[in-house]
Design a binder for this molecule. Structure first.
Ligand code: WT7
Length: 630
């Protein structure tokens, strides 16, 4: 089994060792996995290209490590524990043996439908066990999965399918979420009509059993394709640097980019980080509330826990259905030991009052985690007192889609915790703070731009189809460093606090969004002339979306409604602006750049001191924008 750090002294020793000789350290970690062929070289890298290769020459299949490896020692242990949306519904359990068989059947079905190594398969599914099964089935045969969160629109789905030229889409008929039954196949049909010509098969999992339209040429039922298949499927031999998956995420410019992760390094790092951050012990029940449509679900619902032989709980529903006690009811019901969620959920549940959390016995909880966005002190304290009862340490985990795994976090019971601080780097992670001139800021009690100065196994390898973009976005701001896009502060004792994005990326309810992406969507409205989108502080969501819009119509109310519709159609409901202000103009510099600094201030209600606006091209609009603020 992979190293699990036990105490502070060991953390310090391991950290020192991992930095002094990273290759020796990661070779040792990698040794605890099943390799079909051992690697020739641990690490080869050059951030200028960027080129990052871990364990090259090594051959493996990640599913042998998630499944086959456990059959002898824990074949009858529950691997996936699935809790349905409806609390009256039946819990579904897959033991490691059953999961192995299910994955093999699905893998054989993929092969029978023409999918092979290197082909891209897109997923558009709710949180049902079949999603995890089919993702693993792709990995089993060397197909590259690209999971798209099922809240995205048909347009967003089609964009992603086309970018990766996916050969197949796997979806469900409907999605049960809270009181709603949301059509899923219908969205896929719409996407297919938008020119997804590379797709030759749509596999439809029957979830709720509602009516769906059918296209005989491409559509096939999951059960008809999968059920009769053999439960034995040899695992494809993968090179360590073969692609495992693509996951789209938003950046500061243009359309979302496909972050590419590869087999070997991702396997080593997600397992190592899972075991250490959550201090998982045999027999524990671990629950991460994320959706598999995001990186958190990939790394810490599916791969990390299964690699570690854990029991991972998967929840179909939402935190507030049928009531605000649902999370805690599930924790009590399944005696959850490690619970991992996002600050937005914590704030939303905190706002509903303490009675919901006090109703349930949460004494099984040993570790509680937070991640995806900054957690404010009030939410941290509530989580600590009401959920953890002061007994379960909070791990505030900082990481990104691009980092593949948790990078900066306390280790529970091992390092100290402090509200709002992600605190300490994981072994092998070398964070640095930089100033705008490209110099490293040393010492404590300082603030700067967060970079990582040495490769780690699960880092981004490229952006799908556009390697230059990967270099430009992450490796060109600072020489020989990976730039995160976040600002951070180091306190007097050396703990790190993530302040938030320094680029035009906003984080709304833990969902990452590019302001340019939302603007592009708004601009699709025929009567919008120009728009500017910024984030503003929001009590529950962390950040809300504030849109300033110039239009050639004056009926503000209908216009707002239509803009919301356009954004829902272009991206999805998660990108709908919370506030839309129709403005006569946008403050611009003489070179025509929108002054977002001013717009951010106005959006946050801080209009007292906007700084010097006299050098603007159009200083007179500032007053008008200020006055019309919503
Ligand atoms: C961005 C990455 C669950 C993490 C995976 C989400 C912000 C993430 C924290 C944290 C403050 C955080 C950063 C980062 N972020 N974790 N613990 N404290 N901010 O990955 O969707 O790619 O978002 O989320 O701004 O850059 P993601």
């Amino acid at each position: 089994m992979i190293l699990q750090i036990q105490n502070l002294e060991e953390y310090q020793q391991v950290y020192q060792r991992s930095v002094a000789d990273p290759e020796a350290f990661w070779a040792e970690m990698a040794d605890s996995f099943v390799w079909k062929k051992k690697w020739d070289r641990v690490l080869d890298w050059d951030f200028r290209t960027p080129k990052v290769e871990w364990f090259s020459g090594g051959q493996l299949n990640i599913t042998e490590n998630c499944l086959d490896r456990h059959l002898e020692s824990r074949g009858d242990q529950v691997a996936i524990l699935w809790e349905p949306n409806d609390p009256e519904g039946e819990t579904v359990r897959y033991t490691y043996r059953e999961l192995h068989a299910a994955v093999c059947r699905a893998a054989n079905a993929l092969k029978a439908n023409g999918i092979g190594k290197g082909d891209r398969v897109c997923f558009y599914m709710p949180m049902v066990p079949e999603l995890a099964i089919a993702v693993l089935a792709c990995a089993r045969i060397g197909a590259i999965h690209s999971v798209v969160f099922a809240g995205f629109s048909a347009t967003a789905l089609a964009d992603r399918v086309k970018d990766a030229t996916c050969k197949m889409i796997i979806c469900s008929d409907y999605n049960s979420r809270g009181a709603k039954n949301i059509p899923v196949k219908k969205v896929v049909d719409e996407a297919m009509d938008m020119g997804c010509d590379s797709v030759t098969r749509v596999i439809v999992h029957r979830n709720t059993g509602g009516e769906v339209a059918w296209n005989d040429r491409v559509d096939r039922w999951w059960h008809e394709e999968v059920d009769g298949q053999s439960s034995d499927c040899p695992a494809e031999t993968m090179e360590a640097e073969d692609e495992l998956f693509i996951l789209y995420t938003s950046g500061s410019t243009g359309k979302p980019k496909g972050v590419v992760h590869t087999c070997g390094g991702y396997m080593v790092y997600t397992c190592f980080s899972f075991k250490n951050v959550f201090q998982y012990q045999d027999g524990d029940v671990y629950w991460c509330t994320a959706d598999i449509g995001w990186i958190t679900g990939h790394s810490y619902i599916v791969y990390g826990p299964l690699l570690a032989g854990a029991t991972t709980l998967m929840f179909e529903g939402v935190p507030t259905f049928p009531d605000a006690g649902r999370f805690w009811q599930i924790c009590e019901k399944h005696q959850v030991n490690q619970f991992y969620t996002a600050p937005t959920a914590i704030r939303a549940l905190m706002a509903r009052g303490d009675e919901w959390v006090e109703k349930y016995d949460l004494s099984s909880l040993k570790v509680i985690g937070s991640g995806g966005e900054p957690i404010n002190e009030e939410a941290w304290n509530w989580y600590n007192e009401k959920v953890g009862k002061g007994q379960a340490p909070i791990v505030d985990t900082w990481w990104q889609t691009e980092t593949g795994g948790i990078m900066i976090t306390p280790l529970p019971g091992i390092t100290d915790t402090k509200p709002c601080f992600a605190a300490y780097p994981m072994p092998g992670i070398q964070p640095v703070l930089m100033n705008a001139d490209g110099q490293e800021i040393e010492g404590n009690d300082v603030e700067g731009l967060l970079c990582i100065k040495f490769p780690w196994p699960s880092m981004i390898r490229t952006t799908w189809g556009d390697h230059d973009r990967c270099r430009n976005v992450y490796f060109s701001a600072f020489a020989d460093k990976y730039f995160t896009g976040d600002g951070a502060r180091r306190d007097a004792e050396g703990r790190l606090r993530i302040i938030g994005r320094v680029d035009d990326v906003i984080n709304v309810s833990g969902h990452r969004m590019g302001t340019a992406e939302v603007e592009n969507a708004i601009n699709q409205h025929g009567h919008v002339v120009e728009s500017a989108v910024v984030g503003y502080p929001h009590d529950i969501k962390g950040q809300g979306i504030y849109a300033y819009v110039i239009a050639d119509r004056t009926d503000a109310e209908p216009l707002r409604r239509e803009i919301l519709e356009v954004v829902t159609k272009e991206i999805g409901p998660i990108a709908k602006p919370d506030k839309i202000q129709i403005v006569p103009g946008l403050p611009k510099t003489r070179s025509g750049k929108i002054m977002r600094r001013i717009l951010r201030k106005i959006a946050s209600g801080d209009t007292g001191n906007l700084g010097d606006v006299s050098t603007l091209l159009n200083p007179e609009v500032v007053e008008a924008v200020k006055e019309g603020a919503v």
